[in-house]
Design a binder for this molecule. Structure first.
Ligand code: ATP
Length: 314
C-alpha cells in the first residue's frame, strides 16, 4: 500500500440481513489528514467507522489500515483508536480512574500517553476526580477523546465528536484534532455539523444510502457547486434589485422576504462569475456593498443537492 495512506478502502460492502449499509464504498485517507464523513441518517457512516475500528469486518471489498490489510477476523487494528455510538465509560469511576483502568488494561508495554496530559488536552482537568455518572454528553465525549489519545493513535476514528459540546469544549476538541493532524495522525470523523466539517476537514466523503456520492477536497466541492443563493446587503436595496434584475445569470430568489426577514437584504441565485458582474455594477453605480454571503455554505448546498438526487432515485 502507498505509505502515505492511513486508510485505503476499495469496493467495501456491508449488509445487515436485507439492509445494504455499505455498497461498494471507496475511501482514501492520507497521513495527517482530517477526513469528514457526512450523509443523511442511515447513510452508513457509523458502519464504515466501525469497520475502521475493527468492530466488524466487511462482507466484501478490500480494506487496508495503516499499511495492514484487514482480514476476516474481528480485531482492533494496531494504532487505531476512537469510538462509535458514544464512548464506553464506567459511570461509578471518576474521569481519572476511567483512564487509569484503561491504561492498566493496555499493559505496561503499550505506548501510553500521560493521564494528566490527555485530561488537560481535552479541558477536563478541573473535573478529573468527579464520577463520570454525572457527566454531561459533551464531557463524556471529551473523556472518550482523552481515552483515545491515551493510546497515542496513528488513526483516530470518531463518530459525531462534536455532539453536546459547548463552544469552549468545541474549541478544545478542534485544537486537539488539529494538533494531532499536524503531528501526522490521521483523523476520520462523522458529523452532521457542516460548520465543524468546514472548520476541521481538508477532505470529505459524502455518503447516501451506502454509496459514495462525493469524495475529495472541500474546495473541489465548492467549485463543483451549482448556483447558490447569496445574501446581498447594500446601501440602496431598490437600486440593487434593479441592477440584479438586469444582470445576466442572476435570478432574484422569490422568497426574499421570508428567507431574510430583512428589507435591506436581497437574495440572489447565481454562479460566482455572474455574482462578480453584479458586484462590479453595484460599485460603479455608487451602491455600497455591505454584506455578501451564501445563504447556506457550499458544503451544505452540495450535500443537499447530492443526497437529494440519491434519495429521489431510490
Ligand atoms: N447492527 C445493525 N443491525 C441491523 N441494521 C443495521 C445495524 N447497524 C446499522 N444498520 C443499518 O444500516 C444502515 C446504515 O446505518 P448507520 O448507522 O451506519 O448509518 P449512519 O449514517 O451512521 O446514520 P446516523 O446519521 O443516523 O447515525 C441503516 O439502514 C441501519 O438501519
Amino acid at each position: 500500500m502507498d505509505a502515505l495512506h492511513a486508510v485505503r478502502a476499495r469496493g467495501i460492502t456491508k449488509c445487515f440481513g436485507d439492509v445494504v449499509a455499505l455498497d461498494g464504498v471507496d475511501l482514501d485517507v492520507t497521513r495527517g489528514q482530517i477526513h469528514g464523513l457526512v450523509g443523511p441518517n442511515g447513510a452508513g457512516k457509523t458502519t464504515l467507522l466501525g469497520l475502521l475500528l475493527g468492530l466488524a469486518v466487511p462482507d466484501g471489498g478490500e480494506l487496508e489500515i495503516l499499511d495492514v490489510p484487514v482480514g476476516r477476523a474481528f480485531a482492533a487494528p494496531d494504532g487505531v483508536a476512537g469510538f462509535v455510538d458514544g464512548p464506553g465509560l464506567y459511570p461509578s469511576l471518576t474521569a481519572r480512574q476511567n483512564l487509569t483502568a484503561l491504561a492498566e488494561l493496555r499493559g505496561r508495554q503499550a505506548r501510553t500517553a500521560g493521564i494528566d496530559d490527555v485530561l488537560e488536552q481535552v479541558g477536563l482537568t478541573d473535573v478529573a476526580n468527579d464520577r463520570t455518572r454525572g457527566f454531561s454528553l459533551g464531557m463524556r465525549q471529551r473523556l472518550g477523546l482523552a481515552a483515545a489519545l491515551l493510546t497515542r493513535p496513528r488513526l483516530l476514528v470518531l463518530d459525531e465528536p462534536s455532539n453536546g459540546l459547548d463552544p469552549a469544549g468545541k474549541r478544545h476538541v478542534h485544537g486537539v484534532l488539529n494538533r494531532l493532524a499536524a503531528d501526522g495522525t490521521s483523523v476520520v470523523l462523522s458529523s452532521h455539523r457542516m460548520d465543524d466539517l468546514e472548520a476541521l476537514c481538508s477532505e470529505v466523503t459524502i455518503l447516501a444510502t451506502g454509496r459514495v456520492v462525493f469524495s475529495g477536497p472541500l474546495g473541489k466541492l465548492a467549485a463543483e457547486s451549482r448556483e447558490l443563493d447569496y445574501r446581498v446587503r447594500t446601501s440602496d436595496p431598490e437600486a440593487a434589485r434593479r441592477l440584479a434584475d438586469g444582470t445576466d445569470g442572476i435570478r432574484i430568489a422569490d422568497d426574499t422576504g421570508r428567507q431574510t426577514r430583512d428589507a435591506d437584504v436581497l437574495v440572489v441565485r447565481a454562479l460566482v462569475p455572474a455574482l462578480d458582474d453584479l458586484v462590479a455594477r453595484l460599485v460603479t453605480s455608487g451602491v455600497a456593498l455591505r454584506e455578501l454571503a451564501p445563504v447556506v455554505s457550499p458544503l451544505e448546498a452540495a450535500f443537499l443537492a447530492l443526497t437529494e438526487v440519491q434519495e429521489t432515485s431510490r
